[in-house]
Every structure is written in C-alpha cells, then in structure tokens.
Design a protein around this ligand. Structure first.
Ligand code: FPP
Length: 274
C-alpha cells in the first residue's frame, strides 16, 4: 500500500481502525477510474427509525458528502450518482419537492468544498425538466467548478437510460440526414457521442445499495462491461469503509470483456499442439 494514499486519509482515519485495515488492502495502482452508484434505501432507512421518508433523503445527502470526500482523497477520476430518475416524478409531490430542496441545499453549501477539493461538478439528464431554482444552483456549481481538474462528479437528475438512448437516436438521425450519411455508417462511437455521458469513460464499477438487484434504467449503454457490486447497506449508512469494501471486491474480479483468461488461451495452444 503506497504511503501516499494512507497520507490522503491521515486526518480522518485512525491508526488500527477498520478503515485503515481496509484501506491497506486496496491496490492504488488498480483503482477503478469511474465509479457509478445507484443510491437506494433512503426510504427504508427512515421507516426503520419511524421517520418520514424525507429524513432518509436528508441522511442520504450526508452519505453523498462522505462519498465525494472519499473519491477525492482516493483521486478517483469519475464518480456518477443516480439522484433522481425520470420515474421518480411519480412519487408524492411533497417528497419530490423535498428532494429538489435537498439538492439545492447540497449545491449551495457544498460548492466551497467542491472547489477546495478540486472537484468538477456536472449533471446528466433532461435539465430543462427541472424547476428554475434547481437549474440556477446547478448552473452556478458547474460554472464555479469548471476549471477543476480532480474528480468529475456527475449527478444524474431527471435521468433515465432509455430516454438518454432515445435522445441520442434523435440527435444522431438529424446529424445523418443533414450530412447525407447512410444508416449503415453508424458506429458505436457515433451513438456514444450523442449520449449525455459523451466524454466520460464507461463505469468500471457500478455499486447498488440496499440489497436490490436491478439496474433501474441507469446508464444502460455505459454499464455493458461494468463490474456490479451489491451491498445490503442502505444508502444513508454508506460510508468510507463500505466504499473501500466495494473497491477491494472490484480488485478481486477479473475483467475479460468477452475474451478468455490468458491462462485459458495458453491451455488451448497446448491442447492444439498435442
Ligand atoms: C432511493 O431511495 C434514493 C433516491 C430516489 C434519491 C437519492 C437522493 C439523495 C441521496 C439525496 C440528495 C442527493 C444529492 C446528490 C445531494 P428510495 O427513496 O427509493 O429508498 P427505498 O427504496 O428504501 O424507499
């Protein structure tokens, strides 16, 4: 374990703690470049405490703060959080309003920290569907952090993977028609250029909290080869140690992208030679 990473956490992790034990198991040379998170379980967290759902979302916002801090210290280049899906508009009006309020509050209060930690903030999703007060805060956070070169924090708001792919098709088709190009010329790269995530690498690691086993319309195109990590921890309880555990598990996986292990290829060559 490089002392550099331990150093990044020295003001928050105590010697001999579980956090330190876990951090020492992480190989800094094989960190995921892009971690995406489906933050789930806020409602259940609140229900277990006989509190309103909104209390779960407020506690969830704390977990967001903690996660962003951990990503910045680990120097993870990209973190993408699923905060509000296009389907979430179906929730009671008061819950939607509370979520939007929390988001505004988060952005207003956190911009200073984002700047201090060199984090660049951006969103994906249909921004024009959000209320003006939220859009103003998003705009300000984006402007004030646009020069930062550390972790890129992308928050998915009014987002769904299917609507993203639909919009990409519309944009690409318009471009093809204008340029007089044939459909047979379309490449995967053309589609990627038209996604909200254009310019972002695909997630290496997708985390979903609260024990659910769905991708819920999140980054459908981009997670084709992502490693998926599920944890029973409810999002408001998700802290540094949970992230370390996810990364340790990620580093145990062998990513083959449809290929076979090198050892298996060699065994095939040996078999052919017999
Ligand atoms: C899913 O839990 C969570 C959400 C729909 C909202 C996520 C929002 C936050 C974490 C807070 C604000 C976000 C930012 C970026 C500051 P759920 O309500 O579906 O939980 P349940 O499945 O237990 O009911």
């Amino acid at each position: 374990m490089s002392n550099d990473i331990l150093k990044e956490f020295e003001d928050v992790i105590q010697s001999g703690s579980r956090d330190e034990f876990l951090l020492r198991q992480i190989d800094p040379a094989r960190l995921p470049s892009h971690i995406a998170v489906i933050m789930d379980g806020n409602g259940r967290w609140a229900a277990r405490r006989n509190q309103p759902r909104v209390a779960g979302h407020r506690a969830g916002a704390e977990a967001v703060r903690a996660t962003v801090d951990t990503m910045a210290r680990l120097r993870i280049p990209y973190l993408t959080l699923y905060a509000f899906s296009t389907e979430n508009w179906k929730r009671p009006r008061l819950e939607v309003e509370a979520l939007m309020g929390l988001l505004r509050e988060f952005l207003r209060k956190e911009v200073r920290n984002l700047k201090k930690n060199d984090i660049r903030f951006q969103t994906i999703g249909r921004e024009e569907g959000l209320e003006n007060a939220v859009r103003r805060e998003i705009d300000r956070a984006r402007r004030e952090t646009c020069e930062n070169t550390g972790t890129v924090l992308t928050v998915a708001l009014n987002y769904s993977g299917r609507s993203e792919i639909t919009e990409a098709c519309r944009g690409l088709l318009a471009e093809l028609l204008a340029a007089g190009r044939a459909p047979s010329e379309i490449t995967e790269f053309d589609i990627e250029r038209h996604l909200f995530t254009a310019g972002l690498p695909d997630p290496d690691l997708l985390i979903r909290t609260s024990g659910e086993m769905r991708v819920s319309n999140f980054l459908l195109w981009q997670i084709a080869y992502s490693e998926i990590y599920l944890t029973d921890t409810l999002w408001p309880d998700f802290r540094r140690a949970d992230m370390f555990e996810a990364i340790i598990e990620f580093q145990k996986r062998e990513r083959r992208y449809g290929d076979v292990k090198t050892a298996d290829k060699n065994s095939l060559i040996v078999a052919n030679m017999k």
